[in-house]
Design a protein. Sequence first.
Length: 265
Amino acid sequence: MISQSALLKVMSDAARKAARGLNRDFGELSELQVAKKSQADFVSAADLRAEQTLFEALTKARPGYSFLGEERGMIEGTDKTHTWIVDPLDGTTNFLHAIPHFAINIALEREGVVVAAVTYNPATNELFWAEKGKGCFVNDKRLRVAARQRLDESVLATGIPFLGHGQHARFLKELHQVSQRVAGVRRFGSAALDLAWVAAGRYDGYWERDLKPWDIAAGILMVTEAGGKVTDADGGEEMLQTGSICCGNLDIHPLLLDRLAAAAK
């Protein structure tokens, strides 16, 4: 059995505690209160309750750490070197449509570097986790990125801009450059799980733009610890700042970057 560190156990326990409420709400969708943040962007009472559960559990376990959450923004702590980066429900639209593909996402940033990560899908009971320098796992199984070396053998994941969000024309150019060269492109609606699935070798690569830190902070560490390469969609190293991402194994990553660059010409 693989044993988690005390830090990972705190994060995993918090995720599972928040998941209990999500599982209950997932079965009562018709009763769920939903608010509109912006065009086609929703927040449910489930998001808010899950984030409150995570906030209470994480701040109790590590008093003083700062907390950056999707719903409540940044809460400065007395410890300026540590920040929790949390998405209580990544894949809200899936959740609201009873599609069982969503996740709780927790990352810990220490002095500007993500050092621990948890992504949990309550619907499948898959807990993806990683700690810097110690590998990436799902439940008790060690993960490695896929070994494919050619785009024409690869299945990639992406996100599609939706109403009021993202640059649709740019995405269509990128999709044109990529889709005609690969075995398939998938869009499942959770950036957190897209990254976890790259780490697990289910996807060979993934790209997306217009993301937030809480969408990708955990997954960046997971892919890296599983032996993959992660940059932004333009090949830079500031993914949390640019909000874009491109990842895969060491063979697929540069090929995917080339296609994205070709789309910009």
